[in-house]
Design a protein around this ligand. Structure first.
Ligand code: SF4
Length: 327
C-alpha cells in the first residue's frame, strides 16, 4: 500500500448550474482554506449528475466548464489541488461495481435523503443508480483513501454509511480502505434577494458569473422592508435582504446603514445603489480571475488533474482487487 505524505481531503460537486454567493462564501471558501492544509481532490461529479438529470446530458456537459470556472474564480488553485472529472476516472466506477457486491440493499434504502428526494422530485428518479449514489459517493472518497471529508450536518448520515461500508470491506477482505472522517463545515446561509436562503431553485441568487449590470439589476429588484414605502419612512434593516447582503461585502458601513435606515434618513434606492457598487467591487477580482481562463486552459486543467487522480485511484483499485483475490 502506498504511503500517505499529507492527509487527503476529498470533496466535489455536481455540474448542475452556475454557482452563487452562497457557494462562494460557503463551500468554496472552505475548499480554498483546505487546499493549503491538505492534499485536496475536488471532483466534477458528472456521473452523479445523471442520477437526477439523466434526461439532459447536454446540460451536464455545458455546466461542467462553468463549474470549474467558478471554482477557479473562487481561488481553487489547480497547482495545489487536483481537479478531476468523475466520468473520466473509471477506477471510481470499477470500485463502485466491486463494493456493490457487499452492500446490503437495506443500508441504501434507509438513507434518509432517498425517500425525501423521491417525494420531492418524483418517482421517475427512482433508478438503480439513484439508490446506489451514496455508495458511488463513498467510492469517490475511498478511491483516494481520503481520511477527511468536509460535510455539513445534513450529510453526516451518508458519511456514517460510507464508514460502515469501509468497515465491512476491511472485515471481509483485510484492512485496505480508509474510514473517512468528517470535517464539519456548516456555514451561515447567505440570504437571497427575496429574503429566503439564496438558492438556484428560488431564482434569488447573485451568481459569481453575473456581470456588473446583471448584479445591479438583481439588487435593484430585491425586496426590502415592506413597511418602508416612502423614502423617509423608518425601516427595519434586520428583516431586509439588502441589509443582509451589505454584511457580506460592505461590513464597515453596516452600522451607518442600520442607523440611517431606522431613522428614515436613508432611502432604499440609495441603499441598493451603494450595495450594488460594493458588491461589484468585492466580486471584481473573482470575476476577473474567472475571465482569465479560456476553454483550452480549462480542458488542460481537467485533463491534468484527472491524470493525477487516476494514478492514485488505480493503486487503490489494485489493492482492493488483490484483497478480493481478483488479481
Ligand atoms: S434602507 Fe436599505 S436596509 Fe433599510 S429597508 Fe431600505 S434597502 Fe433595506
Amino acid at each position: 500500500m502506498e504511503t500517505l505524505v499529507r492527509t487527503r481531503v476529498m470533496s466535489g460537486a455536481r455540474p448542475s448550474g452556475r454557482l452563487h454567493l452562497g457557494h462562494l462564501v460557503g463551500v468554496l471558501g472552505n475548499w480554498v482554506a483546505l487546499q493549503s492544509e491538505y492534499e485536496s481532490y475536488f471532483e466534477i461529479a458528472d456521473v452523479h449528475a445523471f442520477t437526477t438529470g439523466f434526461d439532459d446530458p447536454q446540460a451536464i456537459r455545458d455546466n461542467r466548464d462553468e463549474l470549474v470556472l467558478d471554482w477557479l474564480a473562487a481561488g481553487i488553485d489547480p497547482n495545489r489541488s487536483t481537479l478531476f472529472l468523475q466520468s473520466s476516472t473509471p477506477e471510481i466506477l470499477e470500485l463502485h461495481t466491486l463494493l456493490s457486491m457487499i452492500v446490503p440493499l437495506s443500508w441504501l434504502q434507509r438513507v434518509p435523503t432517498f425517500k425525501d428526494q423521491i417525494e420531492a422530485l418524483g418517482p421517475e428518479i427512482s433508478t438503480y443508480g439513484f439508490l446506489g449514489y451514496p455508495l458511488l459517493q463513498l467510492c469517490d472518497i475511498a478511491v483516494f483513501r481520503a481520511s477527511k471529508v468536509p460535510v455539513g450536518k445534513d450529510q453526516l448520515s451518508h458519511l456514517e454509511l460510507a464508514r460502515e461500508i469501509v468497515r465491512r470491506f476491511n472485515h471481509l477482505y483485510g484492512p485496505t480502505l480508509v474510514e473517512p472522517e468528517a470535517i464539519l463545515s456548516d456555514y451561515p446561509a447567505v440570504i437571497g434577494t427575496d429574503g429566503r436562503k439564496m438558492s438556484k431553485s428560488y431564482h434569488n441568487t447573485i451568481d459569481i458569473a453575473d456581470d456588473e449590470e446583471a448584479t445591479r439589476k438583481k439588487i435593484r429588484a430585491s425586496v426590502t422592508d415592506p413597511k418602508k414605502v416612502r423614502r423617509n419612512d423608518p425601516g427595519e434593516p434586520e428583516i431586509c435582504p439588502v441589509f443582509a447582503l451589505h454584511h457580506l461585502c460592505n461590513d464597515a458601513r453596516v452600522p451607518w446603514i442600520r442607523d440611517h435606515c431606522r431613522t428614515g434618513e436613508l432611502g432604499c434606492v440609495d441603499c441598493k445603489t451603494e450595495l450594488a457598487d460594493a458588491m461589484n467591487a468585492w466580486l471584481r477580482p473573482v470575476r476577473e480571475r474567472r475571465a482569465s481562463f479560456d476553454r483550452a486552459t480549462i480542458d488542460r486543467i481537467i485533463a491534468d488533474g484527472t491524470e493525477r487522480a487516476r494514478v492514485v485511484a488505480a493503486a487503490t483499485v489494485r489493492d482492493v482487487k488483490r484483497a478480493m483475490k481478483l488479481l
